[in-house]
Design a protein around this ligand. Structure first.
Ligand SMILES: C[S@@+](CC[C@H](N)C(=O)[O-])C[C@H]1O[C@@H](n2cnc3c(N)ncnc32)[C@H](O)[C@@H]1O
Length: 378
């Protein structure tokens, strides 16, 4: 059966998720701001959730209709075959969104939709009262220009929650963005990769997962695991395939440093959860004392930034990063920051600048390309 699946992304990441989908063999894609519609089958739900590194959530579309009154909304929601989707004890949660539509009160959209679903369940299951168990099904009623899209959230928790980052150190990047930053660089497993402001190690851990082909969803749970319309075999088979495709023996040269010992401890513990502690070396170092060999490596980093630091500390650290760049003529540098004057402080205009949203925060990804290595290390 042909299903409409929707992969949502952070703004600015759509092209990357599209590239991932094309690499997985999907062709019929419709890209809009923050989302990509994919034609597939139910079997693709585990596959997309397990494999996509830059998507935020995977939705299954179960309805699409025009509604300009609450009566219309009720009737059309009622028409959907909810009893094929929900169990008698499903803990279903309706969330509403609306833009440029006559129906705009989110609490009313939510209430009416919920009422229609319950009414359908009562009629079909011939009972008045439903016990809600822990089995969560998030339903999104999303209005845009008077069209309602009825979506089932198959992921549950956002896909940035990979399950390896149990503890965070100050202002970590989301894992989906970190993976995107690595994908936008020319990092390949035969290059050196370093992050001089590594914090919880997110960029490096995502880099190592890409290099070793570790699917990002292997360590976590998904809401679809409890969906009655999804054969558990699909998930089991896909997971097995993902494990078989891991390049366990690939040797990586990845390192991370940070001025904080606490950060180094946390980053190391996070890498260990994935069995990547042999692949990534973390060490405590102030960027001003950092000494790296000039060996065609790649720096991908997220320097400290925030209101408190913006005036004095952040510009000085960006200057230090610029000094490091000058001392490493064969390296490429990739820097994500919200700092407005980054290029001035760094001391060089970037070869490419790209706008990305880290959640709601507008940031830029500055890319400085070093020379291509003449001979590959291996
Ligand atoms: C924005 S955080 C990086 C977060 C990281 N990308 C992550 O996902 O966890 C910036 C990091 O820079 C570190 N830092 C601050 N001053 C530093 C310095 N002089 N040298 C090295 N690291 C420094 C902080 O300890 C902090 O962990």
């Amino acid at each position: 059966m042909e299903e409409k699946l929707i992969a949502t992304t952070n703004f600015g990441m759509e092209a990357l998720t599209k590239r991932e989908l094309l690499d997985l063999g999907y062709e019929d894609l419709r890209v809009e701001d923050g989302k990509i519609e994919v034609l597939g089958s139910l079997e693709d739900i585990p596959k997309l959730n397990l494999s996509l590194r830059t998507a935020e959530r995977i939705f299954l579309k179960v309805g699409e209709f025009q509604a300009e009154t609450f009566e219309e909304l009720f009737d059309k929601i009622y028409e959907i075959s909810w009893t094929d989707i929900l169990n008698e004890n499903s803990n279903f949660i309706v969330e509403a969104k609306s833009q440029k539509s006559k129906l705009f009160s989110l609490s009313d959209i939510q209430r009416i939709s919920e009422k229609a679903i319950i009414k359908k369940m009562q009629t079909k299951f011939k009972r008045e009262w439903f016990e809600k168990s822990a089995e969560r099904v998030r339903i999104e009623v999303n209005f845009s220009k008077d069209i309602a899209y009825i979506l089932i959230d198959t992921s549950g928790d956002g896909l940035h929650k990979r399950g390896y980052r149990e503890i965070n150190y100050k202002a970590p990047l989301t894992e989906t963005i970190a993976a995107g930053l690595v994908m936008l660089s020319f990092y390949k497993e035969d290059r050196f990769l370093h992050d001089p402001f590594c914090g919880s190690g997110t960029i490096l851990i995502e880099g190592a997962m890409i290099a070793k082909n570790i699917a990002p969803g292997l360590m976590r749970k998904f809401d679809f695991e409890n969906f009655k319309f999804l054969d558990p075999k699909f998930f089991k088979d896909e997971k097995k395939k993902c494990y078989e495709e891991i390049a366990y023996n690939k040797k990586l040269e990845i390192s991370g440093s940070d001025i904080s010992y606490k950060a180094i401890e946390i980053a190391g513990a996070n890498a260990e959860i994935l069995g990547l502690d042999e692949d990534i070396k973390f060490f405590q170092k102030d960027i001003n004392d950092l000494d790296l060999p000039d060996n065609y490596g790649i720096i991908i980093t997220n320097p400290p930034y925030g209101e408190r630091l913006a005036k004095k500390e952040a510009p000085l650290l960006n200057k230090s990063l610029g000094e490091l760049y000058k001392s490493l003529p064969t390296w490429s540098f990739y820097v994500i920051t919200a700092a407005e004057n980054f290029q001035k402080d760094f001391g060089k205009k970037a070869d490419r600048k790209r706008k990305l949203y880290n959640g709601r925060i507008k940031t830029y990804y500055y890319q400085y390309y070093g020379p291509k290595p003449l001979v590959r290390k291996r």
